[in-house]
Ligand binder design. Structure first.
Ligand SMILES: *[C@@H]1O[C@H](CO)[C@@H](O)[C@H](O)[C@H]1NC(C)=O
Ligand SMILES: [Fe+2]
Length: 433
């Protein structure tokens, strides 16, 4: 527990009590880590220390809101204005906006002040410089997404905060990309809330520059019977995604358009998904609204893979039952790609006119890699390898996209798996129903 000032205001006795109880809870709720067949992690955690003053913005990250707005989120330890100033040249902020502030309690932990401000309208494909809470020593910048294709997404799952995470982030920082998609399992804080703060600091250099669009994994639930029965407390407070704009009733699932030709749907594997549930009803309505004459690509992102050729996490409720409930909706709407996390590795198609399923759960989590694959290899799985890394989806035009897997190897990002995908609407046999 290296120098985290977030807990320094607590008495030492309280802090060690909290630590002991958290450790017990952690062990009880993570017994699957010990019992599953994943090998131990290769490297230890990489916990960022908090060297910021009490009103300095930290853990800055951004997410896209509607067609031309951006939500800026950050945390200060002490109260500070929820204000963002921004402009198109460094140090010159000709616009500003005011937002809101929240905080949460989790057992004995009290979060810092979590600020969010929505800014815009913004021009597409443009770099904006900004500062938060009027703090002049930290200027950030981001680039908005381009107005049309081509477009590059980074896809990275099960990120965590290990040396592998650092290596993955380092590789991503060298890539020219437009938006990052994260199919769940962000911080691996697992009830120990200061790890959410260190995760926020770890990803800030990247997450303050490009929209990071995330959804929930099992590690985001953080529900403890009696002590903390509300799920997703930290996730919802820290990672507000644009669900209101897509008429979703919940931060746990939402959708948005990118470059007018790509519709991205983020689903929640750990909330209700059965027919008749609010997520199911929302998804049905959201898919109906997509105009496939204009929108050539529909991409779904979720955590628990519906198809899986790896022995880790096989047959889990969230995978099997969610697939049973929702697969037909996705098939009928001719969804092109389903990205999942949770475990590597599965890339494949169950049906000619169905989505390509790509599983990408290995940004660097401390559970180690899922190395044991089904033997014999199922027909459906076209590529299998356990390695840490990230994926890139380059959507070239309305008919073609290229998926590339970049393995972390010898500290060099190595592209070692590349596949061309064609959009289903360009296939005459696969007209939307
Ligand atoms: C789309 O991109 C692919 C791959 O680069 C290319 O072969 C194809 O001709 C392009 N289609 C159009 C309509 O530009
Ligand atoms: Fe997971």
């Amino acid at each position: 527990m290296r120098g985290n000032k977030m807990i320094s205001s607590m008495s030492m006795a309280n802090a060690s009590l909290l630590m002991a109880i958290s450790a017990i809870i952690w062990a009880a709720f993570n017994s699957d880590v010990a019992s599953n067949i994943r090998p131990p992690p290769q490297e230890t955690r990489s916990i960022t220390t908090d060297s910021h003053s009490s009103t300095t913005p930290q853990q800055v990250h951004i997410s896209t809101v509607g067609r031309d707005h951006m939500r800026i989120s950050w945390i200060t330890k002490k109260p500070a204005p929820s204000k963002v100033e921004y402009g198109m040249s460094s140090g010159e902020y000709d616009s500003s906006a005011i937002g809101s502030c929240t905080s949460y309690r989790y057992f004995l932990y009290k979060s810092g002040h979590i600020h969010e401000v929505v800014i815009g309208p913004l021009n597409p494909n443009t770099v904006y410089y900004y500062r938060c809470s009027g703090h002049s020593s930290r200027e950030f910048n981001f680039k908005t997404t381009p107005p049309q294709l081509p477009l590059k997404f980074i896809v990275i799952g099960d990120l965590g905060q290990t040396k592998w995470t650092e290596s993955t982030l380092q590789h991503i920082s060298q890539v020219e990309y437009d938006m990052l998609l994260l199919p769940g399992d962000l911080s691996y804080a697992d009830f120990w809330q200061p790890y959410w703060d260190s995760f926020g600091r770890l990803v800030e250099p990247l997450a303050s520059q490009r929209p990071w669009m995330v959804t929930i994994g099992n590690h985001e639930v953080e529900k403890i019977p009696i002590i903390h029965p509300t799920p997703f407390t930290s996730y919802n407070a820290r990672w507000h995604m644009p669900f209101e704009e897509s008429e979703s009733p919940s931060n746990l699932y939402y959708s948005f358009d990118v470059a007018s030709e790509v519709h991205v749907i983020m689903l929640g594997s750990y909330t209700d998904f059965d027919q008749g549930s609010s997520q199911y009803t929302w998804l049905e309505g959201d898919l109906k609204k997509v105009n496939r004459k204009k929108t050539s690509w529909v991409v779904v992102v979720l955590h628990a893979p519906w198809y899986n050729s790896n022995m880790a996490h096989v047959g889990e409720y969230e995978s099997v039952d969610m697939r049973k409930a929702m697969e037909q909706l996705l098939y009928d709407a001719r969804v092109d790609i389903v990205f999942a996390g949770h475990t590597r590795v599965y890339d494949g198609k169950a049906n000619k006119c169905g989505p390509m399923h790509i599983t990408i759960g290995d940004g660097g989590n401390r559970e180690g890699l899922a190395r044991k694959f089904m033997d014999p290899k199922p027909e459906i799985s076209i590529y299998r390898e356990a390695s840490f890394g990230h994926g890139q989806l380059q959507v070239v035009n309305s008919t073609h996209a290229q998926w590339t897997w970049h393995r972390n190897e010898d500290n060099l990002p190595k592209a070692d798996d590349s596949v061309w995908l064609t959009s289903l609407i360009s296939d005459l046999d696969c007209k939307p129903q």
